[in-house]
Design a binder for this molecule. Sequence first.
Ligand code: XBP
Ligand code: MG
Length: 241
Amino acid sequence: MGATPAATTSPLAEAQRRLAQAKALIFDIDGTLAETEELHRAAFNEAFVQVGLDWHWGRRIYRDLLRVAGGKERIRAFDQLRRAGPPISDKAIAELHQVKTERFAALMAAASCPLRPGVHALLDGARARGQKLAIATTTTRVNIDALLETTLGPGWEGMFAAVVAADDVTRKKPAPDAYIEALSQLDLPAGACVAFEDSGNGLRAAMRAGVPCIVTRSIYFSDDDFSGALAVVDELSELCV
Ligand code: XBP
Ligand code: MG
């Protein structure tokens, strides 16, 4: 009689098991909860026009620029690529980024970006199981408001035990800082949580903090390296437990 083959668990089943048992779920915003990056790109382009810069970011260049987390850092990276004229100052970057942030809020109010499939069910399921919810993002804090106020309602902040945004930490993703700060606010060890990300940078940030991470593929990062993810899904609806 041959040996009985060892039972194997698929990455999706293992991710569902970890998800059901977690004490807290930690979410990235851009690309994970909603496909916001086209609105960010439009906001950057409107800001360039508003301040009189002849810059325009098409989809191809934006795909490359997205490897740099954070809007201010992305503006600097683009400026360095151009190598024409003197470098843009920190003050000019901050002013330009402020205009971009205002344009993003206006576009979000006008276009109302929906949450991705499965997100509402995931949040509702987590609350029903008594799991805490948290946000760890490298986007500007008011951008979180712009998205979640329209999709979850004005009381959205009460749903989350921790909200960590770009300016709350020194280093942006792929550094683990946003996750370390979220864990500290949650008062939970990394292994008791599950993170949700859409990019290689986000996955690395979660992993460097020791948080197991499920990846949902998004428009701009679908070809990233997701080695080490608990599971990679096209939509979070695939996970509903
Ligand atoms: C999000 C970002 C952000 C947004 C723009 O990364 O990198 O920079 O693209 O927002 P993640 P700001 O989803 O990994 O958190 O312009 O406010 O930075
Ligand atoms: Mg993201």
